[in-house]
Design a protein around this ligand. Structure first.
Ligand code: SF4
Ligand code: SF4
Length: 337
């Protein structure tokens, strides 16, 4: 490959370029949703409701997703939420938690804080091993409890019925409004400060979805592998790993915390020593990995659109009515009220 082309591929496939792109896209969708709300309140022109904001409602859409898994039927009212979940699980299974590593806009915010910390103090502080294990254990427990509750505890008719509540239709707006409240802002600032010091604490210790994606990522057929014979033990791969994984100590990176960022592969000075591989056979170039992650995501999205399973089956007037009813303003409603 010509060196200039290789250089450009390396630059364009930089994870910050791709993550920032997804974050900006998501922010523009949130802005569009707020304009849709203004239209519904009679304060502006009509704009289409962006479906991608379904990503703001993981609990509601996971409820709907597991209702579908249990035979409750596909959600035709807000199908984008289910498509996003299927996309996230698929990408995370195929490419080592690729959703967290390359797409999730929330993770990008915490990762940016962690990167700031690395630039300011040279590194993120690694907490005691026992504390790290305990914290990660909490995340997996949260993930397991969350999934088991939706699979076995919540009655199926109630889970299916949840989709039909106007509460669910405007819950994304409700969350956006909640995020502007002092309590949420204070919590976010604490999480940001902790992320600057210790790395993205929300992603590593608390996010139950991250726990699910990490668990499926362990089964991924594609991962980073090291040729022990070629390794010169320069430690660079372990030093650049933002997830505190140590590729230098293993022949194959199994660690659930690895999100396939490819930083270690790019940092390795020995040609062919550290590489991403599928089924331990097919080499995946560092620039190709994000192309595959984003490409898989876009293919799933494209299929959903082509099959008419992306856009909401609700007319704009239904959302307008829910907004006019003041559901967004109502506080502390029970999840299944
Ligand atoms: S640096 Fe390597 S081991 Fe660490 S998260 Fe990225 S791909 Fe995984
Ligand atoms: S960066 Fe490459 S050569 Fe250096 S320790 Fe890691 S795998 Fe070995």
């Amino acid at each position: 490959m010509p060196p200039r082309l290789h250089l450009w591929l390396q630059r364009l496939s930089n994870r910050w370029v791709i993550k920032t792109g997804f974050l900006l896209f998501f922010c523009s969708a949130v802005y569009q949703l707020l304009r849709f709300e203004q239209w519904a309140r009679g304060n502006g022109p009509y704009v289409r409701r962006p479906e991608i904001v379904g990503g703001l409602l993981p609990i509601g859409h996971f409820t709907s997703f597991f209702a579908w898994v249990r035979g409750g039927g596909w959600d035709t009212l807000l199908p984008a939420g289910l498509v996003i979940i299927i996309g996230a699980i698929t990408v995370s299974f195929a490419f080592k938690r690729g959703f967290c590593g390359w797409i999730c806009p929330v993770g990008t915010v915490w990762e940016a804080c962690a990167e700031l910390g690395r630039r300011l103090i040279g590194r993120n502080i690694k907490v005691f091993r026992w504390l790290d294990l305990l914290g990660r254990g909490v995340r997996y427990l949260l993930a397991a409890a969350f999934m088991l509750m939706l699979l076995m505890v919540v009655p199926l008719p109630e889970a299916v019925g949840f989709r039909e509540l106007p509460y669910m239709w405007v819950a994304d707006l409700k969350i956006i409004h909640l995020m502007a409240e002092p309590g949420w802002i204070a919590t976010a600032l604490v999480a940001a400060a902790l992320s600057v010091l210790f790395g993205p604490v929300w992603c590593r210790y608390l996010c139950p979805l991250g726990g699910l994606y990490s668990a499926v990522g362990v089964l991924s057929p594609a991962t980073v592998e090291r040729d022990a014979g070629a390794c010169i033990h320069c430690h660079r791969c372990s030093e650049v790993c933002h997830a505190f994984v140590e590729p230098e100590r293993t022949a194959r990176v199994w660690a659930p915390e690895c999100d396939g960022c490819m930083d270690c592969v790019r940092a390795c000075p020995v040609d062919g020593c550290l590489e991403a591989r599928a089924f331990s056979r097919v080499r995946i170039a560092a620039w190709m990995w994000p192309v595959l992650v984003v490409g898989s995501w876009l293919i799933i999205y494209g299929f959903a659109v082509a099959l008419g399973q992306w856009h909401s089956g609700l007319p704009p007037q239904a959302f307008k009515q829910a907004i006019e009813q003041g559901i967004i303003e109502q506080r502390t409603r029970g999840f299944f009220e």
